[in-house]
Write a protein that binds this ligand. Structure first.
Ligand code: PLP
Length: 454
């Protein structure tokens, strides 16, 4: 590996930036890929090399890497009112309009919207809302929260406690007390030999019920679930999973929070992943494609039951003592309003449904028989290939081989940015505007990369 030239972007990065989700020692030697511009589904680095962004950045750049309407919406709002807040009942039009638009599009009837800046903050907010709500309705002991092994809900203290991934816990001293995790609904690895998806889903629901009973139903407040587990490996739930899970939650009066941070706004072929998998959440968190990732913003939608509890308690206390300086910031809110208008105008859900077969069939036809690939999975415009050391036993590679990271690096050399995920998986969630020719090009390049790895 040749060291980066002095004063190059790479050398300056090595000398200054502490990177998220990066091996900080290896980075000192390998350095960064410095991205300088983007257009459509492609980005370019500072050597002039182009890549198809097969993960839409971090599952978020839904409209790709250029969009004049969003640029204009931000500029217009900056000229008009660059900042105002929502504390002490102050408001502004972009926040109001965005809240109305979200309520009108909500997957199940929702009553009010709270804004934050990131998916983690949205989930942290929802955690505090659940606690506040249970205090409000006189059950202060009902506070434990259930996540899932391999679930991802962000990295702030409470959100990372809900997250069920080793690297988000190890050495950070999380999860905090009061957070527990139920099993991953991954049929490929967790099902017993010959067990149908339905039977496996039953077993997942039984495991959830056993956990609630072991913890004490009077102590369990809510369960968090992504419709598809994204960062944990693009794990699609087995048939019938969520209705069975929800029957258990209802039995013990446990709320369901749908984390739509990745799945929201079309990714799974419906506006919400909640709709694709028949979920009836009490609270929905969303972010990322809410603003097409042009600016940071996230939202928490609560149903009438939860809102009434929050409102009552805030009235007793005199304030709902929670909020971020930039909750509902007018510029990202204006960009989000424009984003949702664009989704309507271009019928983003219709587009995803039209191109999804090219992505899903393309993944399967190119990779199902690949010697390194154990499982190909996905729905809509999200998918993954899982690399296995042994197709028969489905055993993954020894972690020291870092097989998914190596595969992702090779993909990069073939002009595709994909994402190495836990469980030796490579994840794909391209910008939602991707067309069929671009999907084919992306998958052909990935196939060439995996052939080189084999
Ligand atoms: N929830 C889900 C499902 C996510 O995928 C992510 C991020 O990838 C988050 C929450 C956290 O969002 P953020 O990184 O914006 O804090």
């Amino acid at each position: 590996m040749t060291p980066p030239l002095a004063n190059s972007n790479a050398a300056r990065d090595i000398g200054s930036v502490l990177h998220p989700y990066t091996d900080l020692v290896a980075h000192q030697e390998i350095g960064p890929v410095v991205i300088t511009r983007g257009k459509g589904v492609r980005v370019w680095d500072d050597t002039g090399r182009d890549y198809i962004e097969a993960v839409a950045g971090l599952w978020c750049a839904s409209l790709g890497f250029d969009n004049e309407r969003l640029v204009e919406a931000a500029a217009r709002q900056m000229r008009q009112l660059p900042f105002y807040h929502g504390f002490t009942a102050k408001s502004h039009e972009p926040m109001i309009e965005l809240a109305e638009m979200l309520l009108a599009r909500a997957p199940v009837p929702m009553h009010r919207v709270f804004f934050a800046n990131s998916g983690s903050e949205a989930n942290d907010t929802a955690i505090k809302m659940v606690w506040y709500y249970n205090n409000a309705i006189g059950r202060p002991q009902k506070k434990k929260l259930i996540g899932r092994v391999k679930g991802y809900h962000g990295i702030t203290l409470a959100a990372s406690s809900l997250t069920g991934l080793v690297n988000n816990h190890r050495s950070f001293d999380v999860p905090l007390p009061g957070f527990v995790h139920t099993m991953t609904p991954h049929h490929y690895h967790e099902a017993r030999p010959g067990e149908s998806e339905e039977a496996f889903a039953d077993r997942c629901a039984e495991a959830l019920e056993a956990l609630i009973l072991a913890e004490g139903p009077d102590t369990v407040a809510a369960m968090w679930a992504e419709p598809i587990m994204g960062a944990g490996g693009v794990i699609v739930p087995p048939r019938g999973y969520f209705p069975k899970i929800q029957a258990v939650l209802r039995k013990y009066d446990v709320l369901l929070v749908a984390d739509e941070v990745i799945c929201g706004f079309g990714r799974t072929g419906n506006y919400w992943g909640t709709q694709t998998f028949d979920m009836q959440p009490d609270i929905v968190t969303c972010a990322k494609a809410l603003s097409a990732a042009f600016l940071p913003i996230s939202a928490v939608m609560v149903n009438a039951r939860v809102f009434e509890g929050l409102a009552r308690e805030s009235h007793v206390i005199g304030t709902f003592g929670h909020g971020y300086t930039y909750s509902g910031h007018p510029v990202p809110a204006a960009v989000a309003v424009e984003t949702l208008k664009i989704y309507d105008e271009i019928d983003i859900v219709g587009h995803v449904r039209a191109v999804a077969p090219t992505m899903q069939a393309g993944l399967r036809s190119r990779f199902a028989d690949h010697p390194l690939v154990g499982e190909v999975r996905g729905i809509g415009l999200i998918g993954a290939v899982e690399l296995v050391a042994d197709k028969e036993t489905r055993a993954n590679f020894d972690p020291s081989r870092k097989i998914a990271a190596r595969a992702a690096k090779l993909c990069e050399q073939h002009g595709v940015i994909s994402r190495a995920l836990p469980g030796d998986s490579l994840g794909f969630s391209p910008p939602l505007i991707i067309n069929e020719a671009e999907i084919d090009e992306m998958l052909d390049r990935v196939r060439a990369a995996l052939d080189e790895l084999a």
